[in-house]
Structures are given as structure tokens and as C-alpha cells.
Design a binder for this molecule. Structure first.
Ligand code: SF4
Length: 353
């Protein structure tokens, strides 16, 4: 359901920084310390109306009500997988829909949310359901934050545990919405927000060399994962069109800079596709890229997407690839799919219901 024009035109107070709220308060003869109070209500407690800000004078609450909205999103579909994974579809203030996924692993005390950064995606990776959708727009920092906040509430209510990890690996390419992604991480990390350590946050990118360097310079302190999926340019060109702009060598130079600047280990995500990127030649190429700086290599099972001809490597080829990497002294971790039955696994997010 689309919101009314009046609601859309109301400025969302959550798009304002603390400094901007302080300036607003000054123009209304209110003390600056109220900005921190307002910020806490918005980000720590997630209130949806100014009336809930009970430590503000009534006059100020009325003024805020006149000047701003708190335009929150709602989950219209929540689906639970047989393996416990939960997929949320959120309706945004302009009616667009996005998805987030909660991956609980109670045995390891690990509760991860996978968040979206854009509505749709422009990068059109061959194997990805989101890539088949048109990119509509970037998500604002508050829209990214709110996914985390709402999924955290669900996690606490249903699993009795807060989120432990956040991955920017849902719909969209986070580095194409970098300003908002960065601000959302600052909010998640802040005392007024969720106070969550940045090392619990991973940004996963298809590979935009220029922004990888910027993340290093900005000292974001979060983890970085590269969706590599092919270690040879002629193969990566076929499945990830972004590779035609930023070749593997450009990415390696940017990652080297990232490592030299941050000293953070980088993760390569590598989906194994049957007889496409699971050969000896591919293992050689992946091993070579894995020796340049410290990396963790994550091998992933492919999750089928309608209309895609690539298929997942057979069990035998998957196991043989692990062996080939071991023979080359490259340790790997294997990530099995979660939430396949509800289209919540990696690469499957496409607002299907
Ligand atoms: S894999 Fe990521 S970057 Fe590629 S199309 Fe899907 S959402 Fe976009």
C-alpha cells in the first residue's frame, strides 16, 4: 500500500544528524541537550511517535509533530524456513519492498541479519535473483538501520538473544550506496543507537575498487568480503558484468591498499558452479589470489534461481575443489545454504511471496 502524498512530503526526522537537530532546537529556543534525548528515542528505543518521547516538554513534542514525521517501515510478510531462517519483507514509506534475512545458529550463539542496501540492483550478476530486478533507488541510512533494529526485536522476542552479527549482503550493492551504508554503520555502532561493535559488521561487495579504497581511508573498522565467484577475468566477465569496469587486478590492488591500511583480513566469497569455476585452472587462479594478502576463502553452494542456466557443483566436484585448495595450502571454509525453501538463501532475494 502506497502512503499518501502528505505523508511522503513530511520530512523524516531520522534523516537528520544530531547537529541538524541541535540547529533546529536552537531556532525554537530549546536547549541543545534535547538533541541527544531525541536521538536516543529514535535510535535506541525505535519510537514511532513524538508522544512517546516522554522526557520532552509537551510544547516541543507538538512542534516536532508539526514539522516532522517518523516514517517507519512495516513487515508485511514474515516467512520461516524449515532450518529456522526467517525472511522479512518490509514495505518502505514510498511503497517499495525490500527483504532482510535472520540466520539464527543457537548452538553457536550466533544470530546474523543479512540486510539490503538498495531497492533492486543495477549490477545484474548472472546468478542472482535481485540482479533480475530493476534498481529503483538506494535505501536511506534510517531504512538500513531499521531493518537491523526490527530484526533484532524479532530475534530477542523469538530466540531470547540479540543479534550478534550484521552482513550487508541482501538486495543491492552496498558500495553503490556507500554514504548511506556508512552512516547506518555509524548509527548501529553509536551509544544512541545499538552500541554494536563494528567488527561484528561485514560489508560484502561485488567489487568497486574506488570505494574499497575509500572504506580503508574512512577507517570504518568493519569487515570486508568480496563476492569473487571466479578468479579469471574471462569467466568473471560472463557472470558479473561489473568485472568489465573493475578487473580482478584492479580489485586486488584496491584490496592490497585496504589490507595495508587496515590490517584486516579480507573474505572471498566463491560460489561453486558446475563445470564453470570448479576446475583445476580455477583452483590455481583462486589460490594465486589468496596468497597476496591474508584472506579467508568461503566456498558456497549455489542456490537455484529461476531463469539461470548456471547450476551448483556436484557433491563430488565440490569436495574435489576443497581438496585442490588444500593441496595448494589454501584453507577454506564451506558455507552451506540456509533458507532455500523460502527463497531466503544468498542470491535468492527478489520480493517473491
Ligand atoms: S549479487 Fe549482489 S551485486 Fe550482484 S546482482 Fe545480486 S545483489 Fe546485485
Amino acid at each position: 500500500m502506497r502512503k499518501t502524498i502528505e505523508q511522503q512530503e513530511l520530512l523524516d526526522i531520522r534523516d537528520l544528524s544530531v547537529d541538524e537537530i541541535t540547529n533546529y532546537l536552537e531556532t525554537h529556543d530549546e536547549p541543545g541537550y534535547r538533541a541527544a534525548q531525541i536521538y536516543q528515542w529514535l535510535w535506541k528505543y525505535g519510537v514511532t511517535s513524538f508522544d512517546e518521547m516522554t522526557n520532552l516538554p509537551k510544547k516541543l513534542r507538538n512542534q516536532l509533530q508539526k514539522d516532522f514525521g517518523i516514517l517507519t517501515m512495516t513487515a508485511d510478510v514474515v516467512q520461516k524456513s524449515l532450518d529456522g531462517t526467517v525472511k522479512f519483507r518490509f514495505v518502505l514509506k514510498d511503497g517499495h519492498k525490500i527483504e532482510s534475512v535472520l540466520i539464527p545458529v543457537p548452538g553457536d550463539n550466533r544470530y546474523t541479519v543479512c540486510v539490503s542496501s538498495q531497492v533492486g540492483c543495477s549490477l545484474a550478476c548472472e546468478f542472482c535473483a535481485t540482479g533480475q530486478m530493476k534498481r529503483e533507488r538506494n535505501l536511506s541510512a534510517s531504512e538500513i538501520y531499521e531493518q537491523v533494529f526490527k530484526v533484532n526485536q524479532h530475534c530477542q522476542a523469538h530466540f531470547g538473544h540479540p543479534l550478534t552479527n550484521i552482513v550487508y549482503m541482501g538486495m543491492g550493492e552496498p558500495l553503490l550506496s556507500y554514504r548511506n551504508v556508512k552512516r547506518s554503520i555509524e548509527l548501529i555502532n553509536s551509544d544512541e543507537g545499538m552500541n554494536m561493535a563494528t567488527w561484528r559488521i561485514t560489508i560484502s561487495t561485488a567489487g568497486i575498487a574506488k570505494i574499497i579504497r575509500k572504506i580503508a581511508d574512512d577507517n570504518l573498522q568493519c569487515k570486508l568480503a568480496l563476492s569473487l565467484h571466479a578468479a579469471l577475468d574471462h569467466k568473471r566477465d560472463l557472470i558479473m558484468p561489473i568485472n568489465k569496469n573493475d578487473k580482478i587486478e584492479d580489485l586486488m590492488e584496491a584490496l592490497q591498499y585496504y589490507y595495508d591500511t587496515t590490517r584486516h583480513k579480507i573474505t572471498y566469497e566463491y560460489i561453486l558452479f558446475h563445470e564453470f569455476n570448479d576446475t583445476e585452472e580455477d583452483a590455481d587462479a583462486l589460490a594465486r589470489l589468496s596468497r597476496q594478502f591474508p584472506v579467508t576463502v568461503n566456498l558456497l553452494e549455489y542456490n537455484p534461481v529461476a531463469g539461470v542456466t548456471l547450476t551448483k557443483s556436484s557433491e563430488e566436484r565440490f569436495d574435489y575443489f576443497i581438496k585442490m585448495m588444500a593441496d595448494r595450502q589454501i584453507p577454506v571454509t564451506v558455507r552451506r545454504s540456509r533458507g532455500k525453501d523460502i527463497d531466503a538463501a544468498c542470491g535468492q532475494l527478489a520480493n517473491k511471496n
